[in-house]
Design a protein around this ligand. Structure first.
Ligand SMILES: Cc1cc2nc3c(=O)[nH]c(=O)nc-3n(C[C@H](O)[C@H](O)[C@H](O)COP(=O)(O)O)c2cc1C
Length: 348
């Protein structure tokens, strides 16, 4: 347990203050231009950002993506961010619940239902851990926190660099299929910053997975996070693979072709305009992890609320300026795709 607690503390410190972005790679949202409408015939106040996701209504297509749990500091962060999600009508993700498996007392650091009773709440567990557990134990983890759905995270790149990381990734697809068939809550197949390809999307779809979080490249690099914690050969591998992954915009567009019910677009979402671009490419919701945490750490609840005010205002501005009254219209908004993103979509 001390091991996981130390790692979680390292992760929070590095995510808040560390040099953990991608070096050269971006999300490629900058390659998407939404086409301006000079005659929108819309009242900004009537622009509707609401949507239904996994059976719950959100006021805006925003997910505060899963980050933490397992320590007292994690508990404070989870409760603050979950309360904001409740107040604003966003979705909220918990960090990996693996710590509960090692120490059942850690459950309190994931307990947010009292401050977020109606929020769309996503539990979280790694596919490698899930593979070793009977479905009833995984179901218990989701039920203990009152999760509406369970994110099963895929993170081979970071594990290869992590000092204590997993090495054997066999059976991931079988595990996901088993959980989809046997869990009482929906499963979200979630990357952690390296993105989902079209081929992975196809394999997931064939096994019955209906919800994904692409968590693409261009935001937080988990290889970079683990690189800072590693030494020797692993540090070298981290330095070389720091920019590994599929840019978020490319991943969203590639995955959207496969017709999932829900596509969370997480990974380097930096503005409401990025969320608008993601939705125009086929996403359902934009997810924000590190920037939410940084806003909370820098400015407390008020700072985080101000951050989300800006995100929502930018999303609404983008919708008005393309003449989209609601998210269904935004999905169909004309857009120009150029540069490297066009290359990705033409070649993969
Ligand atoms: C401090 C921190 C901890 C994270 N822990 C988890 C985790 O436990 N499980 C998971 O699926 N993703 C985890 N993530 C990954 C995020 O959910 C997200 O996929 C990734 O950081 C990319 O989004 P971003 O660029 O907005 O940070 C974590 C991210 C941060 C910043």
């Amino acid at each position: 347990m001390a091991d996981i607690s130390t790692r979680k503390a390292d992760h929070l410190d590095l995510a808040i203050k560390g040099d953990v972005g991608f070096l050269a790679k971006t999300t490629l949202f900058e390659c998407v231009t939404l086409v301006h409408d000079a005659l929108p015939e819309l009242d900004l106040d009537a622009v509707d950002t609401s949507c239904e996701v996994l059976g719950k209504k959100l006021s805006a297509p925003i997910l505060i993506a899963g980050m933490t749990g397992g320590t007292e500091r994690a508990e404070r962060i989870n409760r603050e961010l979950a309360a904001i999600a409740e107040a604003r009508g966003y979705a909220f993700g918990l960090g990996s619940q693996r710590a509960i498996l090692k120490n059942p007392a850690a459950l309190s650091s994931y307990a947010v239902r009292d401050v977020a009773p109606t929020t769309l709440l996503l539990g979280n567990l790694g596919v490698v851990q899930a593979a070793k557990l009977p479905t009833s134990d995984v179901a218990a983890l989701a039920a203990q926190v009152g999760a509406d759905a369970l994110c099963v995270h895929l993170n081979p790149a970071m594990e290869l660099v992590q000092k204590e990381g997993d090495r054997d990734f066999r059976g991931g697809l079988d595990t996901l299929e088993r959980l989809v068939n046997e869990l009482p809550v929906p499963v979200v197949a979630k990357e952690t910053g390296s993105g989902l390809s079209s081929s992975v999307a196809e394999r997931l779809k064939l096994r019955g997975i209906r919800h994904v979080d692409v968590s693409g490249a261009g935001g937080t690099s988990w290889v970079a996070v683990e690189m800072h914690r590693a030494d020797g050969v692993k540090r070298g591998v981290g330095e070389t693979f720091r920019d590994w992954g599929i840019p978020t915009a490319a991943s969203v567009a590639l995955v959207a072709r496969h017709g999932f019910d829900t596509v969370f677009a997480t990974g380097g979402i930096a503005s409401g305009l990025d969320i608008a671009r993601a939705i125009a490419l086929g996403a359902t919701v934009g997810g924000i992890a590190r920037a939410s945490l940084q806003a909370l750490e820098a400015g407390g609840r008020e700072g985080a609320l101000a951050f989300f005010d800006r995100i929502e205002a930018e999303l609404k501005a983008a919708m008005l300026l393309v003449g989209a009254r609601n998210l269904a219209a935004l999905k169909k908004a004309p857009r120009v795709i150029r540069g490297e993103l066009a290359d990705w979509l033409a070649q993969v």
